[in-house]
Design a protein around this ligand. Structure first.
Ligand SMILES: *Cc1c(COP(=O)(O)O)cnc(C)c1O
Length: 409
C-alpha cells in the first residue's frame, strides 16, 4: 500500500471566529486543584480581575460576569436594560445583530429593526431619521454590534454616539463587542457607550463559558426598576455585591476565572494600543492576500468592499461554487488549520452555503500564525485547482512588513 501524504500532524490551529486559540499561559493557570471558594486566593483573583476587565473596555464604571456564552450575555443585557413593552432600536449588519433583536423580542421588548443587509455598513442617515421620528423618546436603547462576526462588518461606535447627541435623543447605547473586545479599538467611556457585551472565548482568549457586561452609571440609574430583571440576570449584585457569592449569583466559575485573570494580565502586559495595532496589521495581511486572489477569480471576494468597514478580528469571504467547503476541508485534513464556516450568508441546506468561509485573526494570534493560514489556503487552492490570483502570500508578507516599518517610525 502506498502511503498517502497528509501534512496535518503537528500543532493544530483553530482559525475560526470563536472559540479562539487559548494561550498556554491561560491553560496552565486553569490547570490546578479546585480552590476553596469561601475565601483566600480565588477572592484575590476576582478582586484583581475587575480593574483589568474595565481597562480592556476603556471604562471606569461597572462590570459584571455571567456564567454564559454570548447568547446568554445578550439576554443578560436585555433583562437589565428593558421592562416588558419598552422599545428598542436594533441595527443589524449580519446574523448577530438580528440574533440580539430576537432575544429582546422574545422577552417582550418592542423591537424596531434597521437591517442594513449582509455586506453594507450601518447607514447613519437612516439611524438619524429613525431617532428623529421618535419624537416622544419611546426608544429606550439602541442596540448594535461593533463587529458582526457573520459579515465581518464594523460599525463606527463613536459616530453613532455623535448621531444620538446631534439628535438629542436620550436612548442608551448598547454595543455587542463579543467579536471585537481585545481586537478592535474600543473606548467605552470616551465614546459614551452605556452597555457593552462580551464573552470569554474570542479576544479575551479564555474558554467559552463566561459572559461579560460593562454598564455606565447612567444605565445603572435609568434601569433600576426594570421588570424583566430576575435574580440571576440582575447586574447590580454582580457588579456591586457585598458578598463574594453575589458576583456570580451562586458558585463562582473557579477555573474560568483563573484563565480570565491570566488572559487579562497578558493584555495588560502587551498594552491595549499594541493589541489593537497587532490585530490591525494581521488583518491587513489577510486582506492583502484576498485582494490578490480575487484578481485571478471573480468568484473570490471579501464580503466587505471597503477596508474602513471591516473588523480586524475576522474576515468573511466568498470563494464561490462549493470551493469554500472544499478548501476548508483541505486545510483541516491536509494542513491542520480549521477555517470558519460562512455564517448567515446562505442557509446551510442551500448549495450556495458551500461558497462562503471566514478566516479568524482574533485573540492569541501572531504573524507566523496568520501568514501560515494564508500560505496553507494558497497551497490548498493550488492543490484543488481553485483559480486564484498568484502571489497572495507575497502580498500578505509585504503588508505585514510595511505595517511593521510604519509601527517603528
Ligand atoms: C460569537 C458572537 C456571538 C454569540 O456568542 P456565543 O458565545 O456563540 O453565544 C454574538 N455576537 C457576536 C458579535 C459574536 O461574535
Amino acid at each position: 500500500m502506498s502511503p498517502s501524504l497528509s501534512l496535518a500532524n503537528g500543532r493544530s490551529y483553530l482559525a475560526i471566529p470563536g472559540p479562539s486559540v487559548m494561550p498556554d499561559r491561560v491553560l496552565r493557570a486553569m490547570h490546578r486543584a479546585g480552590p476553596n471558594i469561601y475565601g483566600g486566593e480565588i477572592h484575590d483573583v476576582v478582586a484583581g480581575i475587575w480593574p483589568r476587565l474595565k481597562a480592556v473596555a476603556g471604562t471606569s464604571q461597572n462590570s459584571a460576569i455571567y456564567i454564559a456564552n454570548g447568547h446568554g450575555t445578550w439576554e443578560a443585557a436585555n433583562c437589565n436594560i428593558f421592562s416588558k413593552g419598552d422599545k428598542a432600536l436594533v441595527l443589524a449588519v449580519g446574523r448577530f445583530g438580528i440574533g440580539w433583536s430576537e432575544s429582546a423580542r422574545a422577552l417582550g421588548v418592542d423591537v424596531e429593526l434597521l437591517d442594513f443587509g449582509k455586506s453594507s455598513p450601518v447607514d447613519l442617515g437612516r439611524v438619524e431619521a429613525a431617532l428623529r421620528a421618535d419624537k416622544d423618546h419611546k426608544i429606550k436603547a439602541l442596540l448594535t454590534t461593533q463587529v458582526d462576526t457573520s459579515s465581518s462588518i464594523k460599525t463606527d461606535i463613536a459616530s453613532l454616539r455623535g448621531v444620538l447627541d446631534a439628535v438629542g435623543h436620550p436612548a442608551l447605547l448598547a454595543v455587542d463587542c463579543i467579536a471585537s473586545i481585545g481586537c478592535d479599538e474600543y473606548r467605552m467611556d470616551d465614546w459614551g457607550v452605556d452597555v457593552t457585551v462580551a464573552a470569554s472565548q474570542k479576544g479575551l482568549m479564555t474558554p467559552p463559558g463566561l459572559g461579560v457586561l460593562w454598564f455606565s452609571d447612567r444605565a445603572r440609574e435609568r434601569c433600576r426598576g426594570n421588570d424583566l430583571r430576575t435574580p440571576y440576570w440582575d447586574w447590580e449584585p454582580r457588579a456591586n455585591g457585598t458578598e463574594f457569592w453575589q458576583y456570580f449569583n451562586g458558585t463562582a466559575p473557579t477555573h474560568h476565572l483563573y484563565g480570565l485573570a491570566e488572559a487579562l494580565l497578558m493584555l495588560e502586559e502587551e498594552g491595549m494600543a499594541n493589541v489593537w495595532a497587532r490585530h490591525r496589521a494581521l488583518a491587513g495581511a489577510v486582506w492583502a492576500a484576498f485582494e490578490v486572489w480575487s484578481k485571478g477569480n471573480p468568484a473570490i471576494a471579501m464580503n466587505v468592499a471597503n477596508a474602513r468597514d471591516r473588523g480586524c478580528s475576522v474576515t468573511a469571504a466568498r470563494i464561490g461554487g462549493n470551493d469554500a467547503t472544499r478548501l476548508r476541508e483541505w486545510c483541516e485534513t491536509q494542513a491542520g488549520v480549521t477555517l470558519g464556516i460562512g455564517l448567515g450568508m446562505a442557509l446551510p441546506g442551500d448549495a450556495a452555503w458551500h461558497g462562503f468561509l471566514r478566516v479568524a485573526h482574533m485573540g492569541h494570534v501572531n504573524a507566523h500564525m496568520t501568514l501560515g493560514v494564508l500560505a496553507v489556503m494558497e497551497a490548498g487552492m493550488q492543490a484543488l485547482d481553485i483559480a486564484h490570483g498568484e502571489g497572495g502570500v507575497l502580498a500578505a508578507t509585504k503588508a505585514l512588513s510595511s505595517a511593521w516599518v510604519q509601527g517603528q517610525a
